[in-house]
Design a protein around this ligand. Structure first.
Ligand SMILES: C[S@@+](CC[C@H](N)C(=O)[O-])C[C@H]1O[C@@H](n2cnc3c(N)ncnc32)[C@H](O)[C@@H]1O
Length: 199
């Protein structure tokens, strides 16, 4: 299993506002491109992938949307609108979601009423978690454990407190070098490195 966590620092929890964050200051296209690159290959769909999208911008509490190929996720195609449709649906159909509640919206699509810290804490109980960070260890030198989880931020930096907390919990930082890449480009490179290691 390959799992990605992408933290949308300005990602809205209001379904009617998601689409307007594409190409605007919210830069929701970063999320859409990451989702597309996480799942799609030419003529195929990666079945061993899941991605969590954290929507931090909320009037009450953050939301975490999980897309999981293994649980039957269906995406209409590899274009931005198809991803936005899923995010909108998750938010719209979870009206009244309580804090910490999880609701399955459709096969492979679920939403939870919690955010980054709780999600990472839960995953750390059973999975190795890695932070994508330019200052981390070169991915080619780092020995990645099985079933890794990769944490990325969107167009904004991961908050310093979150980075400190991840490090305190033993999360290792891994790097693709000094050049600042888009999150979606990191997703492609992670797949590339893991695919290579499976040759
Ligand atoms: C566009 S970058 C974030 C830019 C943001 N302004 C900042 O200063 O962090 C999105 C995310 O991709 C990952 N990333 C980008 N370049 C990377 C690199 N060279 N190595 C490892 N991760 C990288 C990091 O997780 C980063 O938070």
């Amino acid at each position: 299993m390959r799992t990605f966590i992408i933290r949308a620092r300005k990602g809205t929890t209001r379904w009617e506002r998601v689409r307007s964050q594409i190409g605007a200051s919210g830069h929701f296209e970063v999320i859409a491109h990451s989702v597309i690159n996480a799942f799609f290959v030419s003529n195929g769909f990666r079945e061993d992938v899941e991605i969590y999208i954290i929507l931090d911008c909320s009037e009450d509490f953050p939301r975490t949307i999980k897309l999981s190929a293994g649980e039957g996720l269906s995406i209409a195609g590899f274009y931005e609108d198809a991803v936005i449709d899923l995010v909108e649906k998750a938010l719209k159909d979870s009206h009244g979601l309580q804090k910490d509640e999880t609701r399955v919206i459709a096969p492979g699509l679920q939403i939870s009423g919690f955010g980054f810290e709780k999600l990472v804490g839960n995953l750390l109980e059973t999975r190795p978690v890695y932070l994508l960070d330019r200052k981390g260890e070169d991915i080619r030198n780092a020995k990645l454990d099985l079933n890794p989880v990769f944490v990325l931020s969107d167009h904004l930096a991961m908050p310093k407190n979150s980075v400190k907390s991840l490090k305190r919990q033993g999360v290792k930082a891994i790097s693709f070098g000094k050049k600042m890449l888009f999150a979606s480009q990191c997703v492609v490179l992670i797949h590339y490195e893991l695919d290579r290691s499976e040759f």
